[in-house]
Structures are given as structure tokens and as C-alpha cells.
Design a protein around this ligand. Structure first.
Ligand code: SF4
Ligand code: SF4
Ligand code: SF4
Ligand code: FES
Length: 723
């Protein structure tokens, strides 16, 4: 059932939501969804007129005018709380001094942010904080990056009238149980930013404020050390902390970073953006990038803390050659390495034929890198023997979505989850596999969206703090297609098809054929129960919820694609989404959760043996001629070998040389023995990994991977290149 058009029409109006990254000014800590309202309000702040959406906080409205109101408990990633009282303002005609972070704008208000009375109040608040603070600024790890220090300066604190002799918290022990960060409660101002970050951003609920009044203290779990609590070390609390109470060990050891470079985490398919914060050429801290489209300033433990490979002693930083796999590596110049690789590939092709070599690209590479590698193989080597790990994990997505929707990409971005009403998670475990996406999904579920989990495993999302699936359908492995057809059966036989959508957007003949097929009794939940092992009543209830519960979004992983019927299942999900009108706007769609950060790009750039960039088939004459004209070469018309075929051919003796970019096939591919046998049978394996020098921003490609690859490669001249 092919959808009629790629242009999905006018998107549905967006639900009010925050930029989530402070760029819209929500750094005020104002309720995040409030300031996207369409009703505008005009007011006066410090004599200047400003117009902002209804629901905006006074603090944020002031920011629009360039006025920074002092604050401590507010920050951009979490809801306003109103506890520190540093952000107080005066409003003409009103009594008291309300907190600007929690007070919304109103028409014609006259607000004053800088008066003598406010200055006195703010200094008083700071005096109270500082009277119970160690004041070891010169030796503190946060010196220079401490909001408490900044605010003391901003309010003009010159003395602490209460002295330092009274009761304090200086005797509280430091918690160093977590390997990545330290918790020093003597510096805590009990602003609750950490607690709220753990709840709102990460969704783990590991922290609480224990005790009351002066005895209030941040407490992981049941007053346990961090490492023994539910904490998953995502670091959101550290990022939110305005003092040195929660601090990365790397910063304690190395000092404050002095410059940063934006980069991408490649541990998983979320593809979070980070600022690699550096001192000279050394990484000090990985800070999730607030403008990152996938993560909006959040991260999981891997991206934030697992970057030791950047300067690991095992990391390859120079090109190396060895004649035999048993020889020691010899470091060589770049010129020698490149000349050696080129002459080896030439020699092999001359001896064994043009098709005796090939290459592999990686989903961790950029689009540009991938494009160049496939071009090298096709245009310079003259063969289509090029493949990628993206095919190993997600070619059913490419084929299934291209067949049904006309394009092989997932239909939504990660932001879309903020508008979903019913989520179907199929064959995926987001909290483990795609943690930052899981945090965003859990947030939406806490807001009231409903969850259906289709997975043999009882994954965390089935029941986790403040999140519980409406339905968990624990199907038997291998029965995905039976399950999706049973759900579709309920939709078509119970009158739940979105007929208008289908009429307007889908190919009716195809649709009718599909409708008739899934309506057959053999596809009913009752009929397939014996195969899936899932109660028919649960399948019916889940199908009704998905079809009628508002925006329905399907998110799926390798539990769908790494099955023999993966493509059929992808088509089944796409058909179900179309039948219910769940394609073409935010909050819906078919969303593959990929294995690495550029699976989509690797496919788009023509990494497959049968497809040129843009999914254009190599055997189509017109297409080939376009590329031949652009590249100035004649292209091979027949599709080339896939990775397993290259390895088979190597073992058979017809494939002799391979160029591998950013990939360790001995880890990615299913049969390691086969990989090792294939590589060992070749005459030259040239492995190229991404920048790995200590002098560069860390690539997420761990050096151990490149070394492992290098060591397994090649019996005859082999050249793993470190750069
Ligand atoms: S590191 Fe993450 S999970 Fe652990 S307490 Fe902080 S916010 Fe919560
Ligand atoms: S640990 Fe930091 S963020 Fe948490 S309450 Fe204390 S000062 Fe605030
Ligand atoms: S969610 Fe994935 S991409 Fe983001 S920090 Fe964690 S491992 Fe890296
Ligand atoms: S910043 Fe408004 S009360 Fe703390």
C-alpha cells in the first residue's frame, strides 16, 4: 500500500511546548510550555515595553529586554520552582515582592527588577546562603563556573552579618561512591535543581530532599551512596547544580575547561550533540549541547562519561603497516601509508581482477565521509563491492518503508515524541539502547500519553517509576508479522480505519487488497493466539487504543529488523499507521530506533552494493549515466558484493583486498569466525578510523575497536591507518 504523496501536506498545529534549550529564553525557569501560547501580552519592565506570549514568566520577559534578574533555583531545563527568592521583583499596585520565575506576565503590568528594596532583599538572601557555605572558592573545583559565586557578585554581597559560627552543614561526609562524579553536601544550597533534573529531564527519580527545614539534604535513594541508589549516572543533576556540590571527577582533577568544540556521540542511534570541553588538547568534560536536535542538552552515562578512549594509550594515532599478521606493526609516514595502500590495491586488481577488492563504510561516519568512500570504491576501484553496517541492522527499514511510503527514512524526528498520545514500542528497549530518547518518551508518558509494549521481554518501560504500559504484549519470538496483522485485523473489522485519510492519501486498490487480506479470519487475534502466545483480548484492546487514542506513534528497533521477516513487519507497521491516519504530522509516524548515529546517512549516501547515493539503482542506465558524467568514469552496471558475500569470496579465494572506513566488522557482524576467516584470507586489509590523535576532539570511535580490527586484518600486507 504505497502512500500517494511524499509531501505530507500541512502539518497539524503544534502543541505548545518549550524550545527546551533556553534559546527562546526559557532560561527563566518559567513553566516550559507556557510561553509558546499564541495570545500575546504587553507589559512594562523597568520602564521598557515588551510583548510576549501569555504564560511567559516575568523573568523570561525581562530577558527579552536583555535584563538578567538574579536567580539560583531556576534553570532552563526544568520547571520553575520558586524556592530561592533571589529573583524577586516589585509590581506597581501590588503588595509584596513576587518571584519573577514563577509569576506569569499580565497585560499592562508595570514591573521593577532593580530597586533599592529588591537589592537589599537579594543581598539578605545571599547572606543567609553564604553564612552556611565553606567559602573555599580559591580551591573549589567550580571556581570560575559557580552560579552561587556569580550571584554573590550580581547582588553586590560585601559582608555576611550573620557570621559563620552558627549551625552549619560543614561536617557532612563527601560521597565519592560514583566513579564519575563527587557529591559534597557541605556546598549544597538545597535548591532542588538536581532533584528536579533527575525527575523531569532524566525520569529516574533517584533523588529526594530528605528531612525538613535546616536538616533538609539531598539524598540519593533511601539515604544511600549514589552508587547503591537507582541513579544511572546520566549526569543531569550535575549539569543542573549551581554549585560544586555535584561535580565531575574529571573537572576536580583537571580544573575548569577553557574552550569547547561541538561534536556528536556515536554510541547509539540517538546521536546526541555534545560540547567537548577542553583544556588545551585534553578533554575535561563532555557537556550535552543544548542546541542538539536529538538531545536538547541531555545525555546518558555513555556520552557524558565514557570518553576515556579519547586519550587512551592504546589509541592508534599514527599510520602503521605490517607485511604479515604475525609481524609487529611498523609506524610509517602518511605518504608511505597511502602509497602502500594504493599500490597494493592496484597490484591485487592487476593480478586477481577488478572485482577482487571492495570497501565498507560505517554508520558512525559523516555523510561526506561515506559519500567519498563509496565513490572511491565505484569510481576509482571500478567495482560496486561497497557495503555498510547500516544494512546489517536496518535494511528491512529501508526496504519496508520505501515500498510502503516511497521513502526509506523514518517519518519523524525525536521532538515528535513530545506530541504523541499513544506510543507503540516494538522490539526495542529504549531505556537501555536509546537512553536519551527513553527519557523524552518517559516524560511524555508522565504527561499522560499511553504506552503499548510489544516485546517478548518485560523491558523497563513496562513498569518503571511513574510510567506503566497500558498493554504489554509479550509475543513469542518470530511472530511479529502475525501480531501486527492481528492488530490490523481489529482495525479493519471494527470500523477503526481512518477512511478519509485513506481515501485522500493512499492508493485505494492496494489498500483494499491489504484490507481484505488482514480481515481474513486467519489473521484475527483469536486465530493467531496459538502462535504469538498473547491473549486475543489484550491484542484487541491494544489495537483499539492505538487506533482511537489520538496521535499514534510507532517506535521500533532491532527486535523487528533483525528477523528474517523484518521487511514484512516494517511494511505491516507502515500499513497500520496509514490505515489509522497516523502518518504525516508531529506525534505520529513510523520511527526506527537505529543502532548508530548516522545509519540513515550511510544509507542515503549510497553505501549499498546495488544503490548509488539517493537510493538510485546502479543497474538503471539513466541513473548510471548521470553519475558517470559527474564523476568522469564508466561505472559497473551490476550490483556488487555485500559484506558476507565479500567474506565468502575471500574464503573462496576470489576477493583479496578490502578498504574499511570507521567500522569493526568483527564486532558488528553476526558470525565473528566467518569475519576472521574472511579477513585472514585476504592479501590487504586497509582500516581507516576517524580522527584519533590526542590533539583532536575525541571521535566516538573507540581506539580499541580500530586496534581490534587492525589485529584481525590481513595475512599479507595490511595497513590500519589511524587517521
Ligand atoms: S546522575 Fe542522573 S540518574 Fe543519577 S541522580 Fe543524577 S540525574 Fe538522577
Ligand atoms: S546538590 Fe546542587 S542542585 Fe542539588 S540541591 Fe544542592 S546545590 Fe542544588
Ligand atoms: S543516548 Fe546514545 S547518543 Fe546520546 S549520549 Fe547516550 S549513547 Fe550517546
Ligand atoms: S530563581 Fe526564582 S525563586 Fe529562585
Amino acid at each position: 500500500m504505497l502512500i500517494k504523496e511524499i509531501d505530507y501536506g500541512t502539518p497539524a498545529p503544534q502543541q505548545p511546548r518549550s524550545c527546551g534549550n533556553g534559546t527562546c529564553g526559557c532560561a527563566s525557569g518559567a513553566k516550559l510550555d507556557a510561553h509558546a501560547d499564541t495570545v500575546m501580552v504587553t507589559l512594562e519592565i523597568d520602564g521598557n515595553t515588551v510583548t510576549v506570549p501569555q504564560g511567559t514568566s516575568i523573568m523570561r520577559a525581562a530577558m527579552e529586554l536583555g535584563t538578567q534578574i538574579p536567580k539560583l533555583c531556576a534553570t532552563d531545563s526544568i520547571e520553575a520552582f520558586g524556592s530561592c527568592r533571589l529573583c524577586v521583583v516589585e509590581i506597581e499596585g501590588r503588595r509584596g515582592t513576587p518571584a519573577s520565575c514563577t509569576t506569569p506576565v499580565e497585560p499592562n503590568l508595570k514591573v521593577w527588577t532593580q530597586t533599592g528594596k529588591l537589592a537589599k532583599l537579594r543581598r539578605n538572601v545571599m547572606e543567609l546562603y553564604i553564612s552556611d557555605h565553606p567559602l573555599d572558592c580559591l580551591t573549589c573545583a567550580a571556581n570560575g563556573d559557580c552560579e552561587l559565586q556569580d550571584m554573590a557578585g550580581a547582588v553586590g554581597l560585601r559582608e555576611v552579618r550573620y557570621g559563620f559560627d552558627g549551625a552549619n552543614h560543614f561536617d557532612k561526609p563527601t560521597d565519592q561512591s560514583n566513579p564519575y562524579f563527587t557529591f559534597d553536601p557541605t556546598k549544597c544550597i538545597v535548591c532542588s535543581r538536581c532533584v528536579r533534573a533527575c525527575e523531569e529531564v532524566q525520569g529516574t527519580f533517584a533523588l529526594t530532599i530528605d528531612g525538613r527545614g535546616f536538616a533538609s539534604m539531598v539524598s540519593p535513594g533511601q539515604a544511600e551512596p549514589f552508587l547503591e541508589s537507582e541513579c544511572v549516572s546520566c549526569g543531569a543533576c550535575i549539569q543542573a547544580c549551581p554549585t560544586a556540590t555535584l561535580m565531575e571527577n574529571s573537572v576536580i582533577e583537571a580544573g575548569q575547561p577553557e574552550h569547547s568544540v561541538v561534536t556528536t556521540c556515536a554510541y547509539c542511534g540517538v546521536g546526541c550533540s555534545f560540547k567537548a570541553e577542553m583544556r588545551g588538547n585534553e578533554v575535561v568534560r563532555m557537556m550535552p549541547y543544548k542546541d542538539g536536535k536529538a538531545n536538547h542538552g541531555h545525555s546518558c552515562v555513555k556520552g557524558r562519561f565514557a570518553w576515556g578512549y579519547a586519550t587512551h594509550k592504546d589509541r592508534i594515532t599514527k599510520p602503521m603497516i605490517r607485511a604479515k599478521i604475525t609481524d609487529p606493526w611498523k609506524e610509517v609516514s602518511w605518504e608511505e601509508a597511502i602509497n602502500h595502500a594504493a599500490s597494493e590495491f592496484k597490484r591485487i586488481q592487476k593480478t586477481h581482477g577488478r572485482m577482487s577488492v571492495g570497501g565498507i563504510t560505517s554508520s558512525r561516519c559523516t555523510n561526506e565521509e561515506t559519500y567519498l568512500v563509496q565513490k572511491l570504491i565505484r569510481a576509482a576501484f571500478g567495482t560496486n563491492n561497497v557495503d555498510t553496517c547500516a544494512r546489517v541492522c536496518h535494511s528491512p527499514t529501508g526496504y519496508g518503508l520505501a515500498t510502503t511510503l516511497g521513502t526509506s527514512a523514518g517519518t519523524q524526528d525525536f521532538d515528535s515524541v513530545e506530541e504523541v498520545d499513544v506510543v507503540m514500542v516494538i522490539g526495542a528497549n529504549p531505556t537501555d539502547g536509546h537512553p536519551v530518547f527513553a527519557s523524552r518518551l518517559k516524560k511524555r508518558l508522565r504527561e499522560g500519553a499511553k504506552l503499548i509494549v510489544i516485546d517478548p521481554r518485560r523491558i523497563d518501560m513496562v513498569k518503571t517509576p511513574h510510567v506503566e504500559a497500558e498493554y504489554h504484549l509479550p509475543l513469542k519470538p518470530g511472530t511479529n508479522v502475525a501480531m501486527i496483522n492481528a492488530i490490523a485485523h481489529v482495525v479493519v473489522t471494527e470500523g477503526l480505519v481512518n477512511e478519509q485519510y485513506v481515501r485522500e492519501r493512499c492508493e485505494i486498490e492496494e489498500f483494499d487488497r491489504w484490507r481484505a487480506f488482514v480481515a481474513e479470519p486467519k489473521n484475527s487475534p483469536e486465530a493467531v493466539e496459538a502462535y504469538t502466545g498473547v491473549k486475543a483480548a489484550d491484542v484487541r484492546a491494544a489495537a483499539r487504543l492505538y487506533a482511537t487514542g489520538g496521535n499514534g506513534g510507532i517506535y521500533y528497533g532491532l527486535g523487528v529488523t533483525e528477523h528474517s521477516q523484518g521487511s514484512t513487519m516494517v511494511m505491516g507497521m507502515a500499513n497500520l499507521a496509514m490505515a489509522t491516519g497516523n502518518i504525516g504530522r508531529n506525534g505520529v509516524g513510523i520511527n526506527p530506533l537505529r543502532g548508530q548515529n548516522n545509519v540513515q546517512g550511510a544509507c542515503d549516501m549510497g553505501s549499498f552494493p546495488h544503490e548509488l547515493p539517493g537510493y538510485r539503482h546502479i543497474s538503471t542506465e539513466d541513473v548510471r549515466h548521470q553519475f558517470e558524467a559527474a564523476w568522469g568514469v564508466t561505472l559497473e552496471a551490476e550490483p556488487g558484493l555485500r559484506i558476507p558475500n565479500m567474506l565468502d569470496a575471500a574464503i573462496e579465494g576470489t576477493f583479496k583486498g578490502i578498504y574499511i572506513q570507521g567500522e569493526d566488522i568483527a564486532q558488528s557482524d553476526p558470525n565473528i569466525q566467518h569475519v576472521i576467516a574472511g579477513l585472514s584470507a585476504m592479501e590487504c586489509a586497509c582500516c581507516r578510523v576517524r580522527p584519533s590523535s590526542k590533539k583532536t576532539v575525541p571521535s566516538p570511535m573507540p581506539s580499541v575497536a580500530s586496534i581490534a580490527c587492525a589485529r584481525r586484518c590481513s595475512r599479507r600486507p595490511a595497513m590500519p591507518i589511524g587517521k
